[in-house]
Design a protein around this ligand. Structure first.
Ligand SMILES: CC(C)(COP(=O)(O)OP(=O)(O)OC[C@H]1O[C@@H](n2cnc3c(N)ncnc32)[C@H](O)[C@@H]1OP(=O)(O)O)[C@@H](O)C(=O)NCCC(=O)NCCS
Length: 416
C-alpha cells in the first residue's frame, strides 16, 4: 500500500531527541529519511544510557526507526560538496543544532535557497528570537522556560518536571506539522520556506491552560477548582502548582486504591463530573449528598472538593484500580488507572494497535518501542529498526550519482 509521504525525501540533520522524533514520524508516514551523522561517533545518543554493550542504546533505536544512516564530515570541503548534492535532491532539511551551527558550516538559508529554492528548512531551537536565542537547550530547560515546571507539583514543594518529554518530543511533533504544512504550501507557490519551532514555544503551547489560569487569577484572585481554594489557602500573583487537580472544568484528583501502601501505582484518577454526581453519590454510598445543598450543585461542591475526594478515596481504597474502573465505568463516571510502564508494556490492546511494537535489532535482539501514535487508514505504519551508523552510506551516495571510485576516495579522505 502506498504511504502518505511517498516521494518526499528528507535530509535528516538531527540529533538527540527533539529533531529525531520529528523525522521518525515523517518516516512512518512514508518519507525517505536520510540521517546524516558524523563519521566515527554518529548521533551522541547511540552511546548514551547503553544497556547492551556495543549495541546502539534504546535511546537511539527508539527515536530513529525507518531511517537510513549515512556518515559525512560536513566540516571538510568534500563533505560539504556531498551535503550540497543532498540539498539539491531532498525536499526538506531538518536540523536541531545549536543556534548558528548550520550557518557556521556554510549552509545559510540564502545558500540553501541558491542550491534548492524548493527546499523546506525546518529547525528546532531552544528559544525563538529574543534574549535567550543563542542558548543551548535540553528537555528540562524547555519545561522550565515554557511554564510547565512552575505549574507542576504541589505548592508546598519545588517546581517539578514531568516524565512526558514535552520539550523534545512535543517540539518534534509541532515541527512535523510545520513541515507537512510547508510542503502543502509549496504545491501552490513552488517555493520552500523556513519552519522554526522553539522548544519554549512548544511547551507553552501545551501549557495553554495555565496561561488561561494566570489571567483568570488576575481577574478574580482565586481559582475555585484548585485545591488551594478548597483548603482555604491564599493565592499569590502567579498560577500556583495545582497538584493533581484537573486542568478543565470538571474537578478531579488521584485517589488511593487497594495496595497503595506497597504498590506505588495503586491509584486511580477520579473525576467528579457534574452530570454523573447522582451516580457518584450512589456508588460511594453517600446518597444524602444528592440533595444536600452543600453538595448538590457544582458551585456548592467547589469549597468542599478535597473533602469529597477524601470520602471517595475511602471507597476506592477498598478495591484495586481495575475493580474501581469497572464499577465507575458502568455509571459513565470518568476515571483512569495510574498505569505503570510495566503494565503499559504488557498491555495486549496497545500491541494490537501498533502503539507498542516489538522490533528486532541485529545487535541488541528484540526490544519494545512506541509505534506511530497517529493512525492513517490509507497509510499504515510498519515500524522497522533504526539503522546502524553509516549503514546506508554507499547505497545513498550511489543513488545520488557517486561512482564506486568517488565513494572510495571519500572513504580514503575520512569524509564518510
Ligand atoms: C542539543 C544541543 C544542546 C547539543 O549541543 P552540542 O552537543 O554541543 O551540539 P551542537 O548542536 O552544538 O553541534 C556541535 C557541532 O557539531 C557539528 N556537526 C554536527 N554534525 C556534523 C557532521 N556531520 N560533520 C561535522 N560536524 C558536524 C556542528 O556543526 C557543530 O559545530 P560548531 O559548534 O563548530 O558549529 C544543541 O544542539 C541545541 O541546543 N540544539 C537546539 C535545541 C534542541 O534541539 N535541543 C534538544 C535536544 S533533544
Amino acid at each position: 500500500m502506498s504511504k502518505a509521504l511517498d516521494g518526499v525525501r528528507i535530509l535528516d540533520f538531527t540529533h538527540v531527541q527533539s529533531g529525531p522524533t520529528c523525522t521518525q514520524l515523517l518516516a512512518w508516514f512514508g518519507a525517505d529519511v536520510i540521517k546524516v551523522e558524523r563519521a566515527g561517533e554518529g548521533d551522541a545518543t547511540r552511546g548514551q544510557l547503553r544497556d547492551v554493550p556495543d549495541a546502539d542504546s534504546l535511546y537511539f533505536t527508539m527515536l530513529n526507526h525507518n531511517k537510513r544512516s549515512i556518515t559525512l564530515d560536513t566540516k571538510k570541503q568534500a563533505g560539504k560538496e556531498v551535503l550540497e548534492t543532498l540539498i539539491k535532491q531532498c525536499d526538506v532539511l531538518v536540523e536541531n543544532f545549536a543556534p548558528g551551527a548550520l550557518d557556521r558550516m556554510g549552509f545559510t538559508w540564502e545558500r540553501i535557497q541558491e542550491l534548492n529554492p524548493r527546499m523546506v528548512v525546518a529547525s528546532v531551537k531552544g528559544f525563538g528570537p529574543g534574549p535567550y536565542e543563542d542558548c543551548k537547550v535540553y528537555e528540562n530547560v524547555a519545561q522550565c522556560a515554557g511554564g510547565s515546571a512552575s505549574t507542576t507539583g504541589f505548592d508546598d514543594g519545588p517546581p517539578l518536571v514531568t516524565g512526558a518529554q514535552i520539550g523534545d518530543s512535543g517540539t518534534g511533533l509541532h515541527l512535523a506539522l510545520g513541515i507537512v504544512t510547508a510542503l502543502y504550501q509549496r504545491n501552490s507557490t513552488g517555493r520552500g520556506q523556513k519552519v522554526l519551532t522553539a522548544m519554549q514555544d512548544a511547551v507553552l503551547n501545551l501549557c495553554r491552560v495555565k496561561l488561561r489560569d494566570q489571567q483568570r487569577l488576575e481577574h478574580t484572585g482565586v481559582m475555585e477548582e484548585y485545591p488551594q481554594f478548597s483548603d482555604g489557602r491564599k493565592f499569590g500573583d502567579a498560577v500556583p502548582r495545582a497538584g493533581n487537580a484537573s486542568g478543565g472544568g470538571q474537578p478531579g484528583w488521584i485517589l488511593k486504591c487497594k495496595g497503595w501502601e506497597s504498590d506505588p501505582n495503586a491509584y486511580i484518577y477520579f473525576i467528579a463530573q457534574a452530570p454523573v454526581w447522582k451516580s457518584i453519590c450512589q456508588v460511594i454510598g453517600r446518597e444524602e449528598w444528592i440533595t444536600d445543598p452543600d453538595y448538590a450543585t457544582p458551585r456548592a461542591r467547589l469549597p468542599r472538593l478535597m473533602t469529597i475526594f477524601a470520602t471517595v478515596e475511602e471507597w476506592t481504597k477498598t478495591m484495586t484500580k481495575f475493580e474501581a474502573m469497572d464499577i465507575l465505568n458502568k455509571y459513565d463516571i470518568p476515571c483512569g488507572p495510574i498505569l505503570s510502564m510495566k503494565e503499559i508494556a504488557e498491555e495486549p490492546s496497545l500491541r494490537k494497535t501498533g502503539t507498542v511494537v516489538e522490533v528486532d535489532h541485529p545487535k541488541r535482539g528484540k526490544y519494545l518501542t512506541v509505534g506511530n501514535p497517529i493512525k492513517l487508514s490509507d497509510s499504515p505504519t510498519e515500524v522497522t529498526r533504526s539503522p546502524l551508523l553509516g549503514e546506508h552510506t554507499e547505497e545513498v551516495l550511489t543513488q545520488l550519482g557517486y561512482s564506486e571510485q568517488q565513494i572510495a576516495a571519500l572513504r580514503e579522505e575520512r569524509v564518510i
